[in-house]
Design a protein around this ligand. Structure first.
Ligand SMILES: *[C@@H]1O[C@H](CO)[C@@H](O)[C@H](O)[C@H]1NC(C)=O
Ligand SMILES: *[C@@H]1O[C@H](CO)[C@@H](O)[C@H](O)[C@H]1NC(C)=O
Ligand SMILES: *[C@@H]1O[C@H](CO)[C@@H](O)[C@H](O)[C@H]1NC(C)=O
Ligand SMILES: *[C@@H]1O[C@H](CO)[C@@H](O)[C@H](O)[C@H]1NC(C)=O
Ligand SMILES: *[C@@H]1O[C@H](CO)[C@@H](O)[C@H](O)[C@H]1NC(C)=O
Length: 201
């Protein structure tokens, strides 16, 4: 008997989609990286934003539906960063603002709505929407990482130094930039490219 190709495709597809369920056990793989450090906005935030701003849609259904609870992700299920973590055999990257835990296998600095440029730039440009203005730019996230580093390296290497641990780790940077444009557009202004000079961090 010939099984129609379309039916096979459907079965494969539904298996793949089912993989989005957080409860599914993924095969254990040898570790490629000791840790993942992630920076970005809603494409990567695994819970920082709702620690800063508790009463937001991301803290309510249908967000997190496939987890059975909202997780602070701007998604009903997993984000690409979650698939990356699973793919390299590490736990979901924990949000940095959930302080006090052992971040030796990674920390996620991404915040929903985060911008590439600092808050001060938007204030200079009289761009104050959409509210709330968050202090969570790329520069701020990199500062958070710098602040975490001493304790991080100490925990992860038991005083053995940072170099090998950090150079072996996976750094995921971005997405960044969409919210910079959105801020201007939300006020009915086009982004002024000539004022978007490169900044040093
Ligand atoms: C280091 O370990 C201590 C004790 O478990 C923990 O409180 C602290 O948050 C850890 N720091 C990092 C960066 O993992
Ligand atoms: C911002 O608003 C102030 C006060 O209205 C004005 O003086 C200034 O020129 C504005 N700056 C920009 C970049 O539009
Ligand atoms: C933003 O956060 C950074 C890093 O935590 C801090 O140094 C800075 O003072 C904050 N800025 C504002 C405007 O709150
Ligand atoms: C943190 O976790 C790492 C890796 O899981 C482990 O080797 C280390 O002992 C832990 N450190 C602390 C202080 O809990
Ligand atoms: C864009 O920004 C530059 C530099 O801040 C300024 O000189 C220019 O007037 C701005 N143009 C518009 C259309 O706002």
């Amino acid at each position: 008997m010939r099984v129609p190709v379309a039916v096979l495709l459907l079965v494969v597809l539904s298996c793949l989609l089912h993989g989005a369920d957080a409860a599914v056990r993924w095969p254990k793989k040898p570790l490629l990286f000791p840790a993942i450090f992630s920076f970005g906005d809603s494409y990567a935030d695994t819970g920082n934003y709702i620690i800063l701003e508790r009463d937001r849609p991301f803290n309510y259904s249908p967000y997190g539906e496939t987890f059975g609870r909202p997780t602070g992700r701007a998604s009903d299920g997993l984000l690409v960063i979650d698939y990356v973590a699973k793919g390299v055999g590490l736990p979901f990257v924990p949000p940095y603002l959930a302080k006090g835990q052992n971040f030796s296998e990674g920390a996620n600095f991404a915040v929903i709505g985060a911008r590439a440029l600092d808050q001060a730039y938007f204030l200079e440009q009289n761009v104050t929407s959409p509210a709330p203005m968050m202090n969570s730019s790329l520069g701020v996230q990199l500062r958070w990482f710098e602040e975490l580093k001493p304790s991080l390296c100490n925990n992860a290497t038991k005083g053995g130094g940072c170099r090998d641990y950090l150079s072996g780790s996976l750094f995921v940077l971005g997405e960044f930039g969409g919210n910079d444009y959105l801020a201007f557009l939300a006020q009915g202004r086009g982004a002024n490219h000539t004022s978007l000079r490169p900044r040093r961090y």
